[in-house]
Design a protein around this ligand. Sequence first.
Ligand code: CUA
Length: 295
Amino acid sequence: MPIPTPLITLLVGMVLVLTGIWASQNINLLPIDASSNAPVYDSLFAVLFSIGTILFLGIAGLLVFSLVRFRRRAGDNLDGAAIEGNLPLEILWTAIPAVVVLFIGIYSYDIYERMGGMTALNDHSAMHHQGGAMAEMVSANSSDDSSSQSRIWGGIGPVGGMGAANASAEAVLPVELTAMQFAFIFHYPDANITSGELHVPLGQPVELRMKANDVIHAFWVPQFRLKQDVIPGQPTVLTFTATRAGSYPIVCAELCGPYHGGMRSTVVVHEPDDYDSWLQKNRPATIAMAASATA
Ligand code: CUA
């Protein structure tokens, strides 16, 4: 007795879903995670990866199955059956992608919000712009000169959202980033240190205040799962908390000229004690003293 087709379809569907979920839990395509944003981002990636696995295996599997099952047999020179239209099928293959895309859209928005993308930026000059970048753009026409100077056009706030305890002002380390063809320059306003590498302490929120001198660049640290454009004339902010000590690449992720591919730097995440000694070693006063001692 043959197994009824709906039952086979159901079983194949269940196997596909289980395979997709298994793949998203057991196949890791991402680099090591080193910021508090990374787990949030990775949960979205896992969902996208399982949906992608289900669709890929389902479509490619059906294609291979059809190639074998419905191949031309020896001596068969007839035309295929003329099939025209199938309303239930068309409704089905419109509804399923619509539901999938809608779900991904809503879930992505939720993840972006949990990463702090929709919160007011943690920048003192932008604090009075409640409602974040969207509201600022809406109110752009009515804003006066002082607020348009301090307008921040895009940023990722601290994970935990506004009002969270971990975003208390005392803990945030401000670092100014200047991007140019073809380098990232970091400046620590509190310590008056300028560096070609970004050094940050483990576990402390860092607020990168970013500006570009020439063209659009993008600050990207794959291990932080964070990327933000650096735009001439429009300051942007990126807030992150490093969660794993080590050195990670900073990559320019916006085509900015002939040496765009070489526009790289390094972010070094120190244990807090190591960070303090790095600060001491690189303070301008320390360097001047060392220079006069050797002179
Ligand atoms: Cu700077 Cu690409």
